[in-house]
Design a protein around this ligand. Structure first.
Ligand code: MLT
Length: 206
């Protein structure tokens, strides 16, 4: 039986105990980030779901009302659904949930941040490229053992620098160990993002 609740997804078994949960941006799919995941950690398993929401035919992980304005009810529902998928996929593929690290870009980074805030037990750590504040939880989670790396673009037209700082403050207030790196770029990723995230991942202890 496939993991329930199911998502269209790719699973690539790896050689180490680590799994990267790859979360694509708006308009992406489950195949997009596989080469990127291999570049970040060639030994990790890769679990890469496709977002279930369609916006003008483009897959996303949750609904938005406008750019940067999120449907919070849908976001909460989709965050729980994705966390349930991760838990059941871990059982299905016999991977250790304590070694699952989210790697999200844009909309994928936003749902990864939402998972940290609402369902922190489903992730050991997270790499968030161009993330926003997805929501402010009613109850503060305990993120004491969680490490988070945030890669932001200094000229990102979608994510202002202030929002990156607000996200890091929200995560730090809950106890997370947050590293922020700003790159001279917009919303798009640069090779420096990849290099620094890879280096962080290599030394990550959790
Ligand atoms: C979002 O909707 O998650 C953000 O606006 C980023 C995007 O996907 O454009």
């Amino acid at each position: 039986m496939r993991p329930q609740p199911d998502f269209i997804h790719e699973f690539v078994p790896g050689k180490s105990e680590r799994t990267l949960l790859l979360l694509h941006g708006t308009g992406g799919n489950e195949r997009d980030l596989i080469p990127f995941g291999k570049e970040l950690d060639p030994n990790a398993s890769l679990l890469s779901p496709r977002g279930k929401v369609l916006e003008n035919g483009m897959p996303r992980f949750f609904r938005r009302l406008a750019e940067g304005v999120f449907d919070l009810e849908d976001l909460r529902k989709r965050t729980n659904e994705l966390a349930d998928f991760v838990v059941s996929a871990a059982e299905h593929y016999k991977i250790d949930i304590k070694h699952i690290i989210a790697v999200g870009y844009s909309n994928g980074a936003n749902i990864a941040a939402s998972m940290l805030l609402l369902r922190p037990e489903a992730l050991a750590a997270a790499i968030l490229f161009r993330a926003m504040v997805p929501l402010v939880p009613e109850t503060q989670p305990n993120l004491a053992a969680k490490c988070v790396w945030i890669g932001a673009g200094s000229d990102d037209p979608i994510v202002p620098a202030l929002e990156t700082k607000q996200l890091s403050e929200l995560l730090r207030a809950a106890g997370a160990d947050v590293t922020i790196r700003f790159f001279q770029s917009g919303h798009e990723l640069t090779s420096d993002d990849v290099d620094l995230a890879r280096e962080w991942l290599t030394h990550l202890q959790y």
